[in-house]
Each structure stands twice: as structure tokens, then as C-alpha cells.
Design a protein around this ligand. Structure first.
Ligand code: HEC
Ligand code: HEC
Length: 141
């Protein structure tokens, strides 16, 4: 069969259509963060999500522990307003971020010439929103 275009042209055209089609299925690009006061404003979306997943795991909570959310009728996933500062836990988390940075900058970096691992959320929280703060809770019942 004789084709009106060369194979190369067809391959290129097919490739372009494939890219165009693929793009139609890529989810809409997320909005830039609107309300970062502690994290760097130019943080990538991927890194922001890694940080947030890390906080959630460190405290053993889900996103809605710190973020304003509303239940949508008939849907399992609530609707989030991540930029909102309505929840006190979010502001506390900001203070905790600053505190953790200070602990590392002021103290950890000078102990054993800064060779120790830095303190992170999980160091204290260990998977709980409220860290153990009394040795009594470690005593065998
Ligand atoms: C322990 C509290 C905490 C948890 C849990 C948490 N976040 Fe956050 N999140 C914050 C804080 C605090 C900020 C603001 C950081 C700042 O001011 O630099 C933030 C900011 C954000 C932002 C940027 C919003 C904007 O427009 O400024 C997004 C998006 C976000 N979080 C998503 C998530 C997702 C998704 C989860 C669950 C996987 C999650 N967060 C879990 C505390 C939390
Ligand atoms: C040096 C230990 C320590 C570190 C590090 C630490 N926290 Fe905390 N955090 C605490 C203590 C202690 C409390 C108070 C718990 C209580 O009163 O029961 C607390 C409370 C909180 C609360 C409030 C819980 C509530 O329901 O009121 C949030 C949110 C929180 N931390 C987030 C974080 C995040 C996010 C990080 C890491 C950026 C972090 N914390 C790092 C010790 C720590």
C-alpha cells in the first residue's frame, strides 16, 4: 500500500497525537501554596506533600488533624481548605516546626561536633499527637 506521507512523518504525527491525548488525562495542575509562613515559599509540590505525609505519620494522624475540611455528601473524601488557618493544631504545628529547627540549630549542631542525627517530629511524637511526658507511663502496669 502506498501511503501519502513517508513513514517518518506518520510516526511523528502519531507521536504528537499520543502526547496530546496523554496530556488530556494528566490531572489539572495544583494551585501554588497560598499561605506558607515557615516552609520555603518556592517548595516543590512533591516536597510539600512529602513533608505533610511525614508530619501525619510522625503524629499518627490524618491531614484533617491540622487542616480545615468539610464532609461532602455522598463522598468518602472530605473537601480540604489547606491554606486556611482555622485549626489551632496548624498554628501549633508551625510553632513546633520553628522549635524543632531551633533545637537543631542551637543545640544539636554543637553536641559531639554536630555528628548526632537531628531531632525531628517523630523523635518526640513517635506516632502520637501527644508525646509521653511522664516516665510513669513507661512503668509496667
Ligand atoms: C501536624 C499538622 C499537619 C498535618 C497532619 C498536615 N499538615 Fe499540611 N500544613 C501544616 C502546616 C503548619 C502548614 C503551613 C506551613 C507553613 O506555614 O509554612 C501546612 C500547609 C499545607 C499545604 C499548603 C497550603 C497553602 O496553600 O499554603 C498543603 C497543600 C498541605 N499542608 C497539605 C497537607 C496534606 C495533603 C496533609 C495530609 C497528607 C497534611 N497537609 C497534613 C500542618 C499539617
Ligand atoms: C522536643 C519534642 C517535640 C518535637 C521535636 C516536636 N514536638 Fe510537637 N509536641 C511536643 C509536646 C510535648 C506536645 C504537647 C503534647 C501535650 O500537651 O499532650 C506537642 C504537641 C504538638 C501538637 C499539638 C497537639 C494537640 O492536639 O494539641 C502538634 C500539632 C505538634 N506537636 C506537631 C509537631 C510537629 C509537626 C513537629 C515537627 C515539626 C513536632 N510537633 C515536633 C513535643 C515535640
Amino acid at each position: 500500500m502506498k501511503l501519502p506521507f513517508g513513514h517518518k512523518a506518520l510516526t511523528i504525527a502519531g507521536f504528537c497525537i499520543a502526547i496530546f491525548a496523554a496530556q488530556a488525562f494528566v490531572p489539572q495542575h495544583h494551585e501554588e501554596p497560598q499561605n506558607l509562613k515557615v516552609l520555603p515559599k518556592n517548595i516543590s509540590e512533591e516536597e510539600l506533600h512529602n513533608v505533610m505525609r511525614n508530619y501525619s505519620m510522625s503524629l499518627g494522624v490524618r491531614c484533617n488533624y491540622c487542616h480545615e475540611s468539610q464532609k461532602v455528601e455522598g463522598q468518602e473524601r472530605p473537601k480540604f481548605d489547606f491554606a486556611s488557618d482555622k485549626k489551632e493544631e496548624k498554628e501549633t504545628a508551625r510553632d513546633m516546626m520553628r522549635m524543632t529547627e531551633n533545637i537543631n540549630k542551637k543545640y544539636m549542631s554543637s553536641i559531639q561536633n554536630g555528628t548526632l542525627k537531628p531531632v525531628t517530629c517523630v523523635t518526640c511524637h513517635n506516632g502520637h499527637a501527644h508525646p509521653i511526658n511522664s516516665v510513669d507511663s513507661l512503668k509496667k502496669q
